[in-house]
Design a protein. Structure first.
Length: 124
C-alpha cells in the first residue's frame, strides 16, 4: 500500500489552495465561504478494434472534472479547509453491439421492449 508523504500532502494542499485563491479573490479574503468549479470535456474515442467487415461506429465520451474548497471551523486560530474532487465519465453508444447488449439486465431489457424503441440517453 502506498502512503502519502507529509511533504507531498503539504505540496498538494498548497497547490489546491493557490488554485482556489487565484480563481476567487473574494474567497482568498474571507468574503466567500467556498469556491467550486466544474469543467466538462467531450471527445470521440478511438475505436478499440476494427475488423474488415465491421461498420465504423463512433461513440461519444463526456468527462466532467470537479473541484470544490470550503472553509471549515477554525482550528488553532488558523483558517481550515475541506476539499472535494470529483470525476465523472459518461459514454454514449450510437449502436449497441450484441456483446454490450448482454451486459444489460433482462429486467431492464423487458422494461424498454428489448430496446426496439428507446429514447436517446435512456440507458445513461
Amino acid at each position: 500500500m502506498y502512503e502519502v508523504k507529509r511533504v507531498e500532502a503539504q505540496s498538494l494542499h498548497s497547490e489546491m489552495k493557490t488554485f482556489a485563491f487565484d480563481s476567487s479573490p473574494d474567497f482568498r479574503h474571507g468574503l466567500q465561504s467556498g469556491y467550486s468549479v466544474k469543467k466538462t470535456f467531450f471527445s470521440t474515442p478511438i475505436l478499440r478494434s476494427i475488423t474488415p467487415d465491421a461498420n465504423v461506429v463512433r461513440d461519444r465520451s463526456e468527462i466532467t472534472l470537479g473541484f470544490s474548497m470550503y472553509d471549515t471551523p477554525r482550528q488553532r486560530r488558523k483558517r481550515a479547509f475541506s476539499y472535494y474532487i470529483s470525476a465523472t465519465v459518461l459514454n454514449t453508444l450510437h449502436v449497441l453491439s450484441d456483446e454490450k447488449r448482454q451486459l444489460i439486465s433482462p429486467k431492464k431489457l423487458l422494461k424498454y421492449d428489448n430496446l426496439e424503441e428507446i429514447d436517446e440517453g435512456a440507458l445513461t
